[in-house]
Design a binder for this molecule. Structure first.
Ligand code: SAM
Length: 244
């Protein structure tokens, strides 16, 4: 999967992502992270890319033309453009649809994605109208720029790309699968600070372990995220267990 990030801070994105699991996946050729500096497409000698908003108001706005020129340059590198199609472009914005695991799974099916990071008070609406296909927020709060949001998305999507995680199974059974949170997990030693690993996990009885894990997932979801349970498919027995 190829990520193209349009940003005023390419170092921030590259340094943040080219470490650990995502960095290793890139080294293995499973994905690529191409951060492009919008400032390189400024059209004045001071390389400024922002100006005052019409109608007044606080702060500066990123101008349409440098963003558009940067977009055209990025498009040249995309498979979609080579096939005469419009590439998928996500504008990170607090006004977008809230990012979640379901969206990460959907986007992980793409071959490539362009992510546009705003700064200051945002970006001139006219260029957004022309190039954006998806508006995505990472939550109901306002960040200073879209870079951290883009990194969150890239991280969550990348770990779903086959081969990125050491063991693909670890992406299959975890929080938000089936609208449940993951069960508690334990590693060695068996006793730590006087706390024992639940004996069932040492029993070697796989069916019982699975049953216990499923119950724990349901309990945890009911305690921490009851809103998720509305979509979870529970058996009649599990529904009763929850009501007890
Ligand atoms: N004036 C804008 C508004 O009220 O909608 C907020 C601009 S914000 C200070 C600057 C940039 O940060 C935005 O253009 C966007 O790219 C990014 N950003 C801020 N909060 C975000 C969020 N919750 N999710 C995704 N991107 C966000």
């Amino acid at each position: 999967m190829n990520f193209h990030i349009m940003t005023l801070f390419p170092d921030m994105v590259e340094q943040g992502l080219k470490t650990s699991i995502i960095g290793r996946a890139e080294a293995k050729g499973l994905l690529s992270i191409d951060a492009v500096n919008i400032r390189d497409y400024a059209f004045n000698k001071h390389q400024s890319v922002d100006d005052y908003p019409y109608g007044g108001g606080a702060g500066m706005l990123m101008q349409a033309e440098p963003v558009f020129q940067c977009y055209e340059a990025v498009c040249q590198k995309t498979k979609a453009s080579k096939e005469g199609k419009r590439p998928r472009l996500v504008y990170l914005s607090p006004q977008g649809r809230t990012f979640n695991q379901e969206m990460a799974e959907e986007l992980a099916k793409e071959d490539e994605l362009i992510l546009l990071c705003g700064h200051y008070e945002g970006i001139d609406e006219r260029v957004l109208e022309e190039i954006v296909t998806d508006y995505v927020s990472i939550g109901d709060y306002v960040l200073t720029g879209g870079e951290l949001a883009a990194m969150v998305m890239i991280d969550a999507i990348s770990r779903l790309v086959p081969g990125v995680l050491h063991n693909d199974v670890s992406a299959e059974f975890e929080s938000f699968q089936d609208h449940l949170l993951e069960y508690p997990q334990y590693s060695r030693p068996e006793t730590w600070h006087g706390k024992q690993v639940p004996p069932i996990l040492l029993s070697g009885h796989h069916a019982n372990i699975e049953k216990w894990r499923r119950e724990q997932s349901i309990i945890r979801t009911a305690e921490n995220r009851p809103d998720l349970l509305e979509k979870a498919e529970l058996t009649e027995k599990e529904q009763k267990f929850l009501e007890e």
